[in-house]
Design a protein around this ligand. Sequence first.
Ligand code: EPZ
Length: 423
Amino acid sequence: MAKILIRGGKPLNGSIKVSGAKNAALPVMAATLLSTEPVILKNVPDLNDVNTMARVLQALGVKWSKIGSGEYSFDASGDISEEAPYELVKTMRASFFVMGPLLARLKKVRVPLPGGCAIGVRPVNIHLKGFEALGAKVSIEGGCAVAVADRLIGNKIMLDFPSVGATENLMMAAALAEGNSSIENAAQEPEIVDLANFLNAIGAKITGAGSPVIKIEGVERLGGAHYSIIPDRIEAGTFMVLGAIGGGTVKVEKCEPEHQHALINKLREMGAKLEIHSDMVEVSALDGLKGVEVKTLPFPGFPTDMQAQLMVAMCVARGTSSITETIFENRFMHVSELARMGANVNTHDRTALIHGVELLKGAPVSATDLRAGAAMVLAGLIAEGRTEISQVYHIDRGYEDLVGRLKKIGADIERIEDPEIDE
Ligand code: EPZ
């Protein structure tokens, strides 16, 4: 239905504001199911995924309304259904985050298993094993994960992998369990800390979020709160890469530099100049960039969600770079799209080898998933000539008004709404 059209090569200069974090807003919205009093969330990004989560919550019985820019109220004090709607869950796997709170509140829950997606199979076995550790009986029925428990009893939960979603789902389930729980080998992402801070704001007793061991002391009930979502570190990182390749200086505002150490270090290693302020990072690389090696890892390692975007910088860096993607099994779909623009990238298993070229050339390309789509926008902005990006609905899931914000720093970019274009 829509395409993004870019005429590349314009030097990009100016300030760009970062929105609230999609991957914090989604679990925090799911956590409002635990509250028996109204909750106000601020700095919520205006994204398709946020709208989908709001519709899932509404279908479950949560009353919500948008009360201002980025501000929403949620009221889950009424009757709540134990079954999440398949039609909505299948469109966004993050809907699976409702399973933990529904199990905690209702002691029975039925959530459609989220399908895989372009970047991988994305199973939920770690989530389900954790629910069993808390005393739930878990089964798969008709494509749904079903969990039932007389009581949820606090326990020690060891994660086979520091899964972000499993850590979040299990923190929410354990918050109302009887007794104490610990999640070991927990994910340490800033979004985990944001969810723990929100849960504590509504009365939970959680310590250790952001470390590999999270401790949760179960409580009887959870109330209301006013809470503001952290800045989106992946959106901020996307704009930092743009500062390093855009031929000018980009000030990334309303970000949290503390969440960006791995990326900041890599960009500096490539030769970019980054000035760090309390909530702003100024990025340029007027002498160009040199190739580096990167391996994606759980936080605080280099984030998989920044892999496609950094690859664009590597495509035009001097020398050879490599990226090893250790988190998802199929997250190199942007490679073939970049090759259409003249990039020199070869992949073997989970490693991509990138040989820098002088210049990328504009071409018609596709957004194959959310972060790959963002990478294609970056590539189009620095390429010579015209780039047309299709399937931009992927980008709309995670970037609010990307075209409008890029125009403000000098990009020759526009969005074409064309009903004739099949997705
Ligand atoms: C979250 O997904 C993010 N999404 C992803 O961002 C991000 O890439 C990912 O964390 C890793 O940082 C949201 O927060 C909404 P995982 P999640 O569970 O929770 C395997 C974006 O672009 N695994 O940490 O699904 C899984 O297959 C998105 O914003 C199991 O095997 O990620 C994957 O290989 C993309 N069993 C790895 O762990 C499980 O039960 C990491 O998955 C769960 C996960």
